[in-house]
Structures are given as structure tokens and as C-alpha cells.
Write a new protein. Structure first.
Length: 162
């Protein structure tokens, strides 16, 4: 679920907002449906995502499952995402490289190589336009909805925080 407003975030046991889970899934430090499978959760999330972004329902459910699979609850570990585009860094080959050739823990191979961004002058607005085009095509949604979706996601990534 998109977490944009304070009320969208779940809460930890002490009442502080959860950085990882929404209010529908996580309250007072516990999952609201502890035994639910990822497939069942995708069936719940899919219609929400479909309605918010006008994604065809079957695509929204699959997209939800893909997004859920990166969460610690379903992956069994924290899966880092690229701090520029949000791509999951599941495998070593997904990671960009630092100047010394080591793998970047923060950025993907498409955004960051040899210790530098592959598109150093890319603005957040340009990134939204670039990624929204791909998102609209992949999800079968209007470009305006894709731009809204990408904009909401990018502002949470380190490269684009102002």
C-alpha cells in the first residue's frame, strides 16, 4: 500500500510508526494477519493498487506480489533497493560498483558504476519521466498514473531526497 500519510504507516510496539509496514498489515509491533501467505496478501493488496493507480486487476495482483516479495516478512531478510531507481538488489550482479571495483550496497548496476552515477545530471523530474514510461508500459496504465506512482516512490529514495 502506498504510505504517504502518517495514518498509512503501521505502528511498532511503542507506538512509533513502522518504516516497513502499513497500518493494514502491522499494528502495535505485530502483524494483523500473522498466518497470511504472500499470495493471499497479494489478493488483498492488488485491488487497492488497482484502484489507486488504475492498473488492470490481474496485473495489480502480480505487481503487489512482486513488491511484497522484497519485504523482510516474505523474503526472510532485508532486501536492499537501489537508492536511485528502487530496483531490488537481490543478487550481486544487481549491484553497481564502487571506484575500487567492490559492489555498491546502495545502488544498482544500471544507475551506478565505478563509483559514479551512470547519468550524473539526471534530475528527479527526468527520472520520473524515464521510469514512468517503463512503468506505464509494464503495468498497462496511463502515463499520468505511472508518473504519480513513480513520483511517490522516488521521493523516498536517498538520491532524490531534497
Amino acid at each position: 500500500m502506498p504510505m504517504n500519510l502518517e495514518d498509512d504507516f503501521g505502528t511498532e510496539a511503542g507506538g512509533t510508526p513502522s518504516n516497513d509496514y502499513c497500518t493494514h498489515c502491522y499494528q502495535n509491533g505485530a502483524f494483523t494477519a500473522p498466518d497470511i501467505t504472500i499470495e493471499e496478501m497479494a489478493k488483498i493488496c492488488g485491488p487497492i493498487i488497482s484502484q489507486v493507480y488504475t492498473i488492470p486487476p490481474e496485473i495489480a495482483e502480480e505487481f503487489s506480489k512482486e513488491q511484497l516479495s522484497c519485504l523482510r516478512r516474505w523474503a526472510g531478510e532485508e532486501i536492499a533497493v537501489c537508492g536511485s531507481c528502487g530496483m531490488p538488489l537481490r543478487r550481486d550482479e544487481d549491484a553497481g560498483t564502487e571506484a575500487d571495483g567492490s559492489l555498491s550496497a546502495e545502488y544498482c548496476t544500471y544507475c551506478y558504476r565505478d563509483g559514479r552515477f551512470t547519468e550524473p545530471d539526471l534530475t528527479r523530474g527526468q527520472a520520473v519521466a524515464k521510469y514512468a514510461t517503463m512503468m506505464a508500459s509494464n503495468l498497462g496504465i496511463p502515463i499520468e498514473k505511472a508518473e504519480e506512482m513513480v513520483q511517490q516512490y522516488l521521493v523516498a529514495l536517498p538520491r532524490w531526497q531534497e
